[in-house]
Design a protein around this ligand. Structure first.
Ligand SMILES: Nc1ncnc2c1ncn2[C@@H]1O[C@H](COP(=O)(O)OP(=O)(O)O)[C@@H](O)[C@H]1O
Ligand SMILES: [Mg+2]
Length: 324
């Protein structure tokens, strides 16, 4: 087990695009492939991950860190799937999504200190600073989108808001420059008025010496993307459209990890409270998800179910994958 875990945060501007379903099944797939995985519910306002894992009433949640001073390890809930533990955020009450910055920092250091190979953090919707800060703790973060143009545009805004939040925190001691990334909320502006090229031009006018560091932050920012609920060939173009849009206006290289088809198998699995990868690892959405895990881990993962048991085969890919 590695000392510092690989954190994967899963975000995306809209609710209902499959962040929680996909996070859960990603965590299940990685655990089945032999990694020690912790899945954390980061939707502090409306947690539902426990239900996707088949638990109606989780015994405790991360709030117990603050209320009962429980230790990190005692918050981990067994899932019944070997190698996979879970941290709930259930026990939410109205307003629990508005966590103050001190608590955000405490939760972030709690997540970073968890002992696991991989931690998957399922985020809530929207582009509030809390959501963006949780998204940005991981260099291997994933943005989800559905294929419709409105969703793609929302996803673009989410990516821009996350990048500009990162730059804003870096520039917090230089209010003149910070104002350039903060002058209005990026999610409310159209693509052309708030681009990285315009930002660079404006920074150069004020303080040329910062441009190199800003470019380094932009270069390092490489979220992965997954397009969920694909119904036809045309929908498949959404991934490339998003990659091109983000390159053109933000100069950011997205890592296209793959897509998942729209399928009743997914909906049924949610209703039955069994992850679709376990219910039917050879279904189309499960195959899509195995491809995505392959892109993330640089392995070829193949799951087969026989007589109710799941068999796993895993091969390391020879070509190199994500450079982090
Ligand atoms: N690929 C898919 N095919 C069919 N239904 C899906 C798919 N992905 C998600 N869903 C449906 O969308 C619902 C919302 O998904 P969820 O993961 O809770 O979204 P989010 O976490 O982004 O708000 C799920 O309960 C499921 O019924
Ligand atoms: Mg969710």
């Amino acid at each position: 087990m590695s000392i510092s875990a690989n954190i994967i945060s899963v975000g995306g501007g809209k609710g209902g695009i499959g962040k929680s379903v996909v996070s859960t099944n990603l965590a299940v797939g990685m655990a089945l492939s032999g990694q020690k995985v912790v899945l954390m519910d980061g939707d502090f306002g409306a947690s539902n991950l426990h239900a996707l894992l088949g638990t109606s009433h989780p015994p405790y949640g991360f709030q117990d860190l603050f209320i009962n001073n429980l230790s990190s390890d005692s918050l981990l809930i067994e899932t019944g799937i070997s190698n996979l533990k879970f941290i709930s955020s259930a026990g939410d009450n109205p307003g629990s999504a508005n966590i103050d910055p001190e608590r955000v920092q405490k939760i972030i250091s709690f997540i970073k200190n968890l002992k696991a190979d991989t931690i998957i953090l399922d985020l809530g919707p929207g582009t509030s600073f809390n959501v963006l800060d949780f998204f940005n703790i991981s260099p291997q973060n994933i943005v989800m989108s559905s294929p419709e143009m409105t969703s793609v545009m929302k996803t673009f805004s989410f990516i821009r808001a996350a990048l500009f939040r990162k730059l804003s925190l870096y520039l917090q001691d230089q209010p003149d420059l910070q104002r350039l990334v903060d002058h209005s909320h990026p999610s409310q502006t159209d693509v052309e008025t708030y681009t990285v090229d315009i930002l660079r031009e404006n920074v150069e006018k004020i303080d040329n010496s910062q441009i190199q560091r800003i470019n380094e932050i932009i270069d390092k920012f490489k979220p992965g993307i997954i397009i969920n609920r694909v119904r036809n060939k045309k929908d498949l173009l959404a991934g490339n459209n998003l990659v091109n849009l983000v390159k053109k206006y933000l100069d950011v290289d997205l890592n296209y990890l793959g897509y998942i088809v729209e399928s009743d198998r997914v909906r049924d699995s949610v209703e039955e409270m069994v992850p679709f990868l376990i219910k039917d690892p050879q279904s189309k959405p499960s195959e899509n998800l195995q491809q995505i895990i392959g892109s993330l881990t640089n392995t070829d993962l193949h799951l087969v179910k026989e007589d109710g048991r799941i068999f796993v085969s895993k091969h390391v890919r020879l070509s190199s994958g994500w450079d982090v």
